[in-house]
Design a protein around this ligand. Structure first.
Ligand code: DX5
Ligand code: ZN
Length: 237
């Protein structure tokens, strides 16, 4: 088997006082894209960074910017992120369907749905693609593969392997089944995000992913080039 795997480094675990240097380190290590974790304190319990950071890093790197929007009402921000330089805009399926009873209140996490309103989702997918950008839909671990009606529209699907909100969490093995289910029927890119490391990445690759997003494994390593090389090598074994 030979397949081209991509590594997307999440700056959530970078040193924000030296962000320019950290982006340069990503480039030197052979990373394929920069993953930006946008959290609003509502869709997830944490608050991180927004458009200003995408705007700040856009002029200093040619790497694609992979923007993961963990926010309520993503439709209000799609144009902004596209305009400041995101190349991929990933929106959560949990913003396009009726939430399960257990996560309807503002402070109940993780957000989960059983299906989505395809028309609503298609509108935002088209909006992203209208800017010439790639549209990804993200599934939280507890949300099933409920994307049949939008599969032909999407450029990619991001499978969360942790409940979103924080880096350094443990990979949830159950989500591998969703990748196996999707792979034969989806032609676009499948990405995985959360708890990716030397032990879990081979499982995700075997299940069929194309993109590995990593924050703590990459930024926590003293040999980042080796991390990227070994992750990419999984595509050729
Ligand atoms: C989680 C974020 C992930 C996270 C990954 O909400 O979407 O991208 O930064 O962190 P690690 O790789 O440390 O699990
Ligand atoms: Zn992410």
């Amino acid at each position: 088997m030979s397949r081209s795997l991509k590594v997307s480094a999440s700056i959530l675990s970078s040193n924000f006082t030296k962000l320019g240097d950290e982006i340069k380190k990503c480039e030197d290590a052979g990373v394929d894209m920069i993953h930006v974790d946008v959290m609003d304190g509502h869709f997830v319990p944490n608050i991180t960074i927004g458009q200003v950071i995408v705007e700040a890093i856009r002029p200093i790197t040619k790497l694609p910017i992979d923007t993961h929007l963990m926010i309520e009402n993503p439709w209000n921000y799609i144009d902004d992120f596209c305009k400041v330089g995101s190349d991929i805009v990933a929106v959560h399926a949990e913003c396009y369907g009726e939430r399960r009873a257990a996560c309807r209140e503002v402070n109940q996490y993780p957000k989960e749905v059983d299906n989505i309103d395809a028309d609503k989702a298609k509108k935002d997918i088209a909006r992203i693609q209208g800017h010439g950008k790639k549209a990804f839909m993200v599934l939280n671990p507890g949300t099933p593969v409920c994307l049949d009606d939008v599969l032909d529209d999407l450029d990619g699907i991001l499978i969360m392997s942790v409940n979103p909100g924080f880096s350094k969490q443990k990979f949830i093995l159950d989500v591998l089944e969703k990748i196996k289910e999707l792979r034969p029927k989806f032609k676009g890119a499948i990405s995985i995000d959360g708890g990716v490391n030397a032990q879990t990445a081979p499982l995700a690759v075997e299940a069929g992913v194309d993109i590995l997003a990593t924050a703590s494994y990459f930024f926590g390593s003293t040999d980042q080039k080796q991390v990227v090389t070994s992750l990419k090598a999984l595509g050729t074994s």
